[in-house]
Design a binder for this molecule. Structure first.
Ligand code: NAD
Ligand code: UFG
Length: 330
Protein backbone atom coordinates (compact mmCIF):
# COMPACT_ATOMS: atom_id res chain seq x y z
CA UNK A 1 0.00 0.00 0.00
CA UNK A 2 1.03 3.63 -0.40
CA UNK A 3 1.01 5.12 3.10
CA UNK A 4 1.27 8.73 4.22
CA UNK A 5 3.19 8.95 7.49
CA UNK A 6 2.79 12.33 9.20
CA UNK A 7 5.60 13.00 11.67
CA UNK A 8 7.60 10.28 9.88
CA UNK A 9 11.03 11.73 10.69
CA UNK A 10 10.25 11.69 14.44
CA UNK A 11 11.15 9.03 17.01
CA UNK A 12 8.29 6.55 16.57
CA UNK A 13 7.53 7.61 12.99
CA UNK A 14 11.03 6.85 11.69
CA UNK A 15 11.02 3.34 13.18
CA UNK A 16 7.57 2.70 11.70
CA UNK A 17 8.70 3.91 8.26
CA UNK A 18 11.57 1.38 8.34
CA UNK A 19 9.20 -1.50 9.18
CA UNK A 20 6.64 -0.36 6.55
CA UNK A 21 9.35 -0.33 3.88
CA UNK A 22 10.65 -3.75 4.98
CA UNK A 23 7.14 -5.13 4.46
CA UNK A 24 6.91 -3.69 0.93
CA UNK A 25 4.77 -0.62 1.60
CA UNK A 26 5.55 2.62 -0.20
CA UNK A 27 5.97 5.54 2.21
CA UNK A 28 5.37 9.26 1.80
CA UNK A 29 6.40 11.39 4.81
CA UNK A 30 5.03 14.80 5.73
CA UNK A 31 6.91 16.47 8.61
CA UNK A 32 7.59 20.12 9.41
CA UNK A 33 10.87 19.13 11.16
CA UNK A 34 9.85 21.04 14.31
CA UNK A 35 11.19 18.15 16.42
CA UNK A 36 13.30 16.11 14.00
CA UNK A 37 15.93 16.41 11.32
CA UNK A 38 15.99 15.67 7.61
CA UNK A 39 19.17 13.58 8.12
CA UNK A 40 16.89 10.84 9.51
CA UNK A 41 15.91 10.16 5.89
CA UNK A 42 19.51 9.11 5.11
CA UNK A 43 19.53 6.83 8.16
CA UNK A 44 16.21 5.26 7.15
CA UNK A 45 17.66 4.69 3.68
CA UNK A 46 20.80 3.07 5.13
CA UNK A 47 18.67 0.67 7.19
CA UNK A 48 15.97 -0.23 4.66
CA UNK A 49 17.69 0.47 1.34
CA UNK A 50 14.92 2.87 0.29
CA UNK A 51 14.70 6.62 0.77
CA UNK A 52 11.11 7.55 1.58
CA UNK A 53 9.41 10.34 -0.39
CA UNK A 54 9.57 13.41 1.84
CA UNK A 55 7.64 16.69 2.03
CA UNK A 56 8.75 19.32 4.51
CA UNK A 57 5.30 20.66 5.32
CA UNK A 58 3.04 21.43 8.23
CA UNK A 59 -0.15 19.38 8.49
CA UNK A 60 -2.01 22.66 9.09
CA UNK A 61 -1.05 23.76 5.57
CA UNK A 62 -4.10 22.55 3.66
CA UNK A 63 -2.75 23.38 0.20
CA UNK A 64 0.48 21.51 0.89
CA UNK A 65 -1.47 18.44 2.01
CA UNK A 66 -3.76 18.70 -1.01
CA UNK A 67 -0.81 18.61 -3.36
CA UNK A 68 0.63 15.54 -1.56
CA UNK A 69 -2.69 13.74 -2.03
CA UNK A 70 -2.94 14.83 -5.66
CA UNK A 71 0.59 13.67 -6.45
CA UNK A 72 0.19 10.30 -4.70
CA UNK A 73 -2.64 7.79 -4.48
CA UNK A 74 -2.48 7.52 -0.69
CA UNK A 75 -4.42 4.51 0.63
CA UNK A 76 -4.01 5.05 4.37
CA UNK A 77 -2.46 7.51 6.83
CA UNK A 78 -0.43 6.80 9.96
CA UNK A 79 -0.72 10.03 11.89
CA UNK A 80 2.15 10.73 14.32
CA UNK A 81 2.61 14.49 13.78
CA UNK A 82 2.00 16.40 16.98
CA UNK A 83 3.56 18.17 19.93
CA UNK A 84 4.12 15.85 22.88
CA UNK A 85 5.74 17.51 25.92
CA UNK A 86 3.37 17.49 28.89
CA UNK A 87 5.02 20.37 30.81
CA UNK A 88 5.35 22.55 27.73
CA UNK A 89 1.66 22.00 26.93
CA UNK A 90 0.78 23.67 30.25
CA UNK A 91 2.94 26.69 29.30
CA UNK A 92 1.74 27.08 25.70
CA UNK A 93 -1.70 25.42 25.48
CA UNK A 94 -2.85 27.34 22.40
CA UNK A 95 0.10 26.04 20.39
CA UNK A 96 -0.74 22.49 21.52
CA UNK A 97 -4.43 22.75 20.65
CA UNK A 98 -3.70 24.42 17.34
CA UNK A 99 -0.95 22.03 16.29
CA UNK A 100 -2.54 18.79 17.42
CA UNK A 101 -6.27 19.48 16.97
CA UNK A 102 -6.38 21.95 14.06
CA UNK A 103 -3.66 19.93 12.32
CA UNK A 104 -5.66 16.71 12.59
CA UNK A 105 -8.91 18.40 11.49
CA UNK A 106 -7.20 19.73 8.36
CA UNK A 107 -5.59 16.36 7.67
CA UNK A 108 -8.97 14.58 7.96
CA UNK A 109 -10.60 17.15 5.69
CA UNK A 110 -8.00 16.62 2.98
CA UNK A 111 -8.21 12.85 3.38
CA UNK A 112 -11.98 13.03 2.94
CA UNK A 113 -11.63 15.16 -0.22
CA UNK A 114 -9.18 12.60 -1.61
CA UNK A 115 -11.40 9.66 -0.67
CA UNK A 116 -8.78 8.23 1.70
CA UNK A 117 -10.60 7.25 4.89
CA UNK A 118 -8.24 4.90 6.70
CA UNK A 119 -6.15 6.16 9.62
CA UNK A 120 -3.96 4.82 12.42
CA UNK A 121 -3.66 7.47 15.12
CA UNK A 122 -1.09 7.99 17.91
CA UNK A 123 -2.95 8.29 21.19
CA UNK A 124 -1.44 7.81 24.62
CA UNK A 125 -1.85 5.96 27.89
CA UNK A 126 -2.10 9.41 29.43
CA UNK A 127 -5.86 9.29 28.63
CA UNK A 128 -6.32 6.73 31.46
CA UNK A 129 -5.88 9.67 33.85
CA UNK A 130 -5.30 9.40 37.59
CA UNK A 131 -8.30 7.34 38.75
CA UNK A 132 -8.02 3.87 37.20
CA UNK A 133 -6.30 0.82 38.64
CA UNK A 134 -3.69 -1.14 36.69
CA UNK A 135 -3.64 -2.90 34.31
CA UNK A 136 -5.34 -0.29 32.11
CA UNK A 137 -7.97 -1.70 29.78
CA UNK A 138 -9.39 0.05 26.72
CA UNK A 139 -12.95 0.31 28.07
CA UNK A 140 -11.96 2.09 31.30
CA UNK A 141 -13.11 5.71 31.80
CA UNK A 142 -10.72 8.31 30.40
CA UNK A 143 -9.66 11.74 31.63
CA UNK A 144 -6.79 14.18 31.26
CA UNK A 145 -4.89 16.48 33.57
CA UNK A 146 -3.00 18.70 31.11
CA UNK A 147 -3.49 20.27 27.65
CA UNK A 148 -1.39 17.60 25.90
CA UNK A 149 -3.54 14.82 27.35
CA UNK A 150 -6.68 16.76 26.46
CA UNK A 151 -5.60 16.99 22.81
CA UNK A 152 -5.31 13.19 22.74
CA UNK A 153 -8.70 12.72 24.42
CA UNK A 154 -10.40 15.23 22.13
CA UNK A 155 -8.83 13.69 19.04
CA UNK A 156 -9.98 10.21 20.08
CA UNK A 157 -13.51 11.64 20.31
CA UNK A 158 -13.30 13.62 17.05
CA UNK A 159 -12.02 10.61 15.11
CA UNK A 160 -14.71 8.38 16.66
CA UNK A 161 -17.40 10.91 15.64
CA UNK A 162 -16.03 10.82 12.11
CA UNK A 163 -16.47 7.05 11.86
CA UNK A 164 -20.05 7.38 13.13
CA UNK A 165 -20.87 10.12 10.60
CA UNK A 166 -19.50 8.19 7.64
CA UNK A 167 -19.30 4.38 7.68
CA UNK A 168 -16.51 4.39 5.09
CA UNK A 169 -14.01 5.62 7.67
CA UNK A 170 -11.74 3.18 9.45
CA UNK A 171 -9.69 4.43 12.40
CA UNK A 172 -7.47 2.61 14.90
CA UNK A 173 -6.63 4.66 17.99
CA UNK A 174 -3.38 3.31 19.45
CA UNK A 175 -2.72 4.12 23.09
CA UNK A 176 1.05 3.90 23.55
CA UNK A 177 2.57 3.22 26.93
CA UNK A 178 6.24 4.29 27.37
CA UNK A 179 8.24 3.83 24.15
CA UNK A 180 12.02 3.71 24.70
CA UNK A 181 15.13 2.15 23.13
CA UNK A 182 16.24 2.60 19.54
CA UNK A 183 16.71 0.73 16.29
CA UNK A 184 19.25 -2.15 16.72
CA UNK A 185 21.38 -0.54 13.96
CA UNK A 186 22.07 2.37 16.33
CA UNK A 187 21.22 4.77 13.49
CA UNK A 188 17.82 6.08 14.58
CA UNK A 189 16.47 6.72 18.07
CA UNK A 190 15.21 9.46 20.34
CA UNK A 191 17.32 12.59 20.59
CA UNK A 192 15.44 15.26 22.56
CA UNK A 193 16.92 18.75 22.50
CA UNK A 194 17.76 20.35 25.86
CA UNK A 195 17.30 18.55 29.16
CA UNK A 196 15.04 15.52 28.68
CA UNK A 197 11.76 15.27 30.59
CA UNK A 198 11.45 11.53 30.20
CA UNK A 199 13.29 8.95 32.25
CA UNK A 200 15.09 6.89 29.60
CA UNK A 201 16.82 9.71 27.69
CA UNK A 202 17.72 11.25 31.06
CA UNK A 203 19.38 8.01 32.24
CA UNK A 204 21.25 7.74 28.92
CA UNK A 205 22.60 11.28 29.28
CA UNK A 206 23.76 10.68 32.84
CA UNK A 207 25.47 7.48 31.67
CA UNK A 208 27.49 9.30 28.97
CA UNK A 209 28.33 12.15 31.36
CA UNK A 210 26.23 14.84 29.64
CA UNK A 211 24.19 15.27 32.85
CA UNK A 212 25.57 14.78 36.38
CA UNK A 213 22.80 12.95 38.20
CA UNK A 214 19.31 11.51 37.76
CA UNK A 215 16.61 12.74 40.15
CA UNK A 216 14.31 9.84 41.00
CA UNK A 217 10.92 11.50 41.49
CA UNK A 218 9.65 9.86 44.70
CA UNK A 219 10.45 6.58 46.49
CA UNK A 220 7.33 6.48 48.63
CA UNK A 221 4.79 5.26 46.07
CA UNK A 222 2.74 2.16 46.70
CA UNK A 223 4.98 0.05 44.43
CA UNK A 224 7.45 -2.78 45.25
CA UNK A 225 10.47 -0.43 45.68
CA UNK A 226 8.53 2.82 46.18
CA UNK A 227 9.51 4.32 42.78
CA UNK A 228 7.12 4.87 39.88
CA UNK A 229 6.22 1.87 37.72
CA UNK A 230 5.73 2.16 33.93
CA UNK A 231 5.18 -0.12 30.97
CA UNK A 232 8.29 0.49 28.83
CA UNK A 233 7.97 -0.78 25.27
CA UNK A 234 10.74 -1.15 22.67
CA UNK A 235 10.14 1.37 19.88
CA UNK A 236 10.61 -1.40 17.27
CA UNK A 237 7.82 -3.44 18.91
CA UNK A 238 5.68 -0.32 18.85
CA UNK A 239 6.45 0.21 15.15
CA UNK A 240 5.45 -3.39 14.39
CA UNK A 241 2.15 -2.78 16.24
CA UNK A 242 1.40 -0.04 13.67
CA UNK A 243 1.78 -2.50 10.80
CA UNK A 244 -0.75 -4.81 12.44
CA UNK A 245 -3.10 -1.89 13.12
CA UNK A 246 -2.78 -0.81 9.48
CA UNK A 247 -3.71 -4.30 8.25
CA UNK A 248 -6.68 -4.30 10.58
CA UNK A 249 -7.83 -0.81 9.52
CA UNK A 250 -7.55 -1.71 5.85
CA UNK A 251 -9.80 -4.73 6.35
CA UNK A 252 -12.45 -3.23 8.68
CA UNK A 253 -14.60 -0.12 9.04
CA UNK A 254 -15.39 1.88 12.17
CA UNK A 255 -13.20 2.72 15.15
CA UNK A 256 -11.14 0.55 17.51
CA UNK A 257 -9.02 1.63 20.46
CA UNK A 258 -6.04 -0.57 21.28
CA UNK A 259 -3.31 -0.42 23.95
CA UNK A 260 0.27 -0.90 22.76
CA UNK A 261 2.28 -1.91 25.81
CA UNK A 262 3.93 -5.03 27.18
CA UNK A 263 1.69 -5.60 30.25
CA UNK A 264 4.87 -5.60 32.38
CA UNK A 265 5.60 -2.85 34.88
CA UNK A 266 9.20 -1.72 35.59
CA UNK A 267 10.15 0.70 38.36
CA UNK A 268 12.52 3.66 37.97
CA UNK A 269 15.23 1.87 39.97
CA UNK A 270 14.76 -1.37 38.02
CA UNK A 271 15.27 0.55 34.78
CA UNK A 272 18.38 2.25 36.19
CA UNK A 273 19.84 -1.14 37.18
CA UNK A 274 19.00 -2.73 33.81
CA UNK A 275 20.67 0.19 32.04
CA UNK A 276 23.78 -0.11 34.21
CA UNK A 277 23.98 -3.82 33.45
CA UNK A 278 23.65 -3.43 29.66
CA UNK A 279 25.96 -0.40 29.42
CA UNK A 280 28.49 -1.35 32.08
CA UNK A 281 28.32 2.26 33.29
CA UNK A 282 27.22 3.51 36.71
CA UNK A 283 24.23 5.86 36.65
CA UNK A 284 24.35 8.43 39.48
CA UNK A 285 21.00 9.10 41.03
CA UNK A 286 19.43 10.77 44.04
CA UNK A 287 15.95 10.52 45.50
CA UNK A 288 13.94 13.71 44.89
CA UNK A 289 10.35 14.76 45.68
CA UNK A 290 7.48 13.36 43.64
CA UNK A 291 6.76 15.09 40.31
CA UNK A 292 3.34 16.76 40.16
CA UNK A 293 0.82 14.83 38.07
CA UNK A 294 2.66 11.46 38.22
CA UNK A 295 0.78 8.28 39.12
CA UNK A 296 2.33 5.36 41.00
CA UNK A 297 1.79 2.65 38.39
CA UNK A 298 0.87 2.56 34.73
CA UNK A 299 0.85 -0.62 32.64
CA UNK A 300 -1.31 -2.06 29.91
CA UNK A 301 -3.76 -4.86 29.61
CA UNK A 302 -2.65 -6.16 26.20
CA UNK A 303 -5.32 -8.78 25.55
CA UNK A 304 -7.14 -6.68 22.93
CA UNK A 305 -3.95 -6.05 20.92
CA UNK A 306 -3.23 -9.78 20.93
CA UNK A 307 -6.75 -10.86 19.98
CA UNK A 308 -7.77 -8.09 17.57
CA UNK A 309 -4.45 -7.26 15.91
CA UNK A 310 -2.49 -10.47 16.52
CA UNK A 311 0.32 -8.36 18.00
CA UNK A 312 2.41 -8.91 21.11
CA UNK A 313 5.60 -7.13 22.19
CA UNK A 314 8.63 -9.42 21.99
CA UNK A 315 11.51 -7.32 23.36
CA UNK A 316 12.39 -6.97 27.05
CA UNK A 317 13.89 -4.19 29.16
CA UNK A 318 17.42 -5.52 28.49
CA UNK A 319 16.93 -5.15 24.71
CA UNK A 320 15.56 -1.61 25.18
CA UNK A 321 18.56 -0.60 27.32
CA UNK A 322 21.12 -2.26 25.02
CA UNK A 323 19.71 -0.68 21.83
CA UNK A 324 19.17 2.72 23.49
CA UNK A 325 22.76 2.67 24.76
CA UNK A 326 24.13 1.73 21.32
CA UNK A 327 22.26 4.69 19.77
CA UNK A 328 23.45 7.05 22.50
CA UNK A 329 27.06 6.01 21.90
CA UNK A 330 26.81 6.65 18.17
P1 NAD B 1 8.45 13.17 17.85
O1 NAD B 1 8.38 14.57 18.31
O2 NAD B 1 9.77 12.50 17.79
O3 NAD B 1 7.75 13.04 16.42
C1 NAD B 1 6.68 13.85 16.00
C2 NAD B 1 7.03 14.43 14.64
O4 NAD B 1 5.95 15.25 14.19
C3 NAD B 1 8.29 15.30 14.66
O5 NAD B 1 9.18 14.86 13.66
C4 NAD B 1 7.78 16.71 14.40
O6 NAD B 1 8.70 17.48 13.65
C5 NAD B 1 6.49 16.43 13.62
N1 NAD B 1 5.44 17.46 13.73
C6 NAD B 1 4.95 18.03 14.85
N2 NAD B 1 3.97 18.90 14.53
C7 NAD B 1 3.83 18.86 13.19
C8 NAD B 1 2.98 19.53 12.26
N3 NAD B 1 2.08 20.43 12.66
N4 NAD B 1 3.11 19.26 10.94
C9 NAD B 1 4.04 18.36 10.50
N5 NAD B 1 4.86 17.70 11.33
C10 NAD B 1 4.76 17.94 12.66
O7 NAD B 1 7.44 12.34 18.78
P2 NAD B 1 7.21 10.76 18.91
O8 NAD B 1 7.72 10.34 20.24
O9 NAD B 1 7.68 10.06 17.70
O10 NAD B 1 5.62 10.74 19.00
C11 NAD B 1 4.80 10.52 17.87
C12 NAD B 1 3.35 10.61 18.28
O11 NAD B 1 3.10 9.67 19.32
C13 NAD B 1 2.93 11.97 18.84
O12 NAD B 1 1.64 12.26 18.38
C14 NAD B 1 2.94 11.74 20.34
O13 NAD B 1 2.03 12.60 21.00
C15 NAD B 1 2.50 10.29 20.44
N6 NAD B 1 2.93 9.62 21.68
C16 NAD B 1 4.26 9.60 22.00
C17 NAD B 1 4.67 9.01 23.20
C18 NAD B 1 6.13 9.00 23.58
O14 NAD B 1 6.40 8.77 24.78
N7 NAD B 1 7.07 9.20 22.69
C19 NAD B 1 3.73 8.41 24.06
C20 NAD B 1 2.39 8.44 23.69
C21 NAD B 1 2.01 9.04 22.48
N1 UFG C 1 11.14 9.94 36.33
C1 UFG C 1 12.12 10.18 37.24
N2 UFG C 1 13.09 11.09 36.92
C2 UFG C 1 13.12 11.75 35.73
C3 UFG C 1 12.09 11.48 34.79
C4 UFG C 1 11.11 10.58 35.13
O1 UFG C 1 12.14 9.61 38.34
O2 UFG C 1 14.01 12.56 35.49
C5 UFG C 1 10.10 8.93 36.66
C6 UFG C 1 8.69 9.48 36.65
O3 UFG C 1 8.36 10.02 37.92
C7 UFG C 1 7.88 8.24 36.30
C8 UFG C 1 8.81 7.45 35.36
O4 UFG C 1 10.12 7.95 35.64
O5 UFG C 1 7.64 7.46 37.43
C9 UFG C 1 8.52 7.65 33.89
O6 UFG C 1 8.48 9.03 33.59
P1 UFG C 1 8.50 9.57 32.08
O7 UFG C 1 8.51 11.06 32.15
O8 UFG C 1 9.58 8.91 31.31
O9 UFG C 1 7.12 9.02 31.47
P2 UFG C 1 5.62 9.25 31.93
O10 UFG C 1 5.04 7.91 32.23
O11 UFG C 1 5.49 10.30 32.96
O12 UFG C 1 4.95 9.86 30.60
C10 UFG C 1 5.23 9.37 29.29
C11 UFG C 1 5.06 10.51 28.29
C12 UFG C 1 3.61 10.95 28.25
C13 UFG C 1 2.76 9.76 27.94
C14 UFG C 1 2.99 8.66 28.95
C15 UFG C 1 2.21 7.43 28.58
O13 UFG C 1 5.88 11.62 28.65
O14 UFG C 1 3.44 11.91 27.23
O15 UFG C 1 4.37 8.31 28.98
O16 UFG C 1 2.49 7.04 27.29
F1 UFG C 1 1.46 10.15 27.99
Amino acid sequence: MKILVTGGTGFIGSHTVVELQKTGHEVVIVDNLSNSSETVLDDICTISGTRPIFYKADIRDKEALRSVFSEHKIEAVIHFAGLKAVGESVQIPLEYYHNNITGTLILCDVMREAGCKTMVFSSSATVYGMNNTVPFKEDMPTSATNPYGRTKLMLEQILSDLTVSDPEWSVVLLRYFNPIGAHPSGLIGENPSGIPNNLFPYIARVAVGMLPCLSVFGNDYDTPDGTGVRDYIHVVDLALGHLKALDFAAAHKGVETVNLGTSRGTSVLELVRAFEKESGVKVNYKIAPRRAGDIASCYADTEKAEKLLGWKAKYGIEDMCRDGWRYMNK
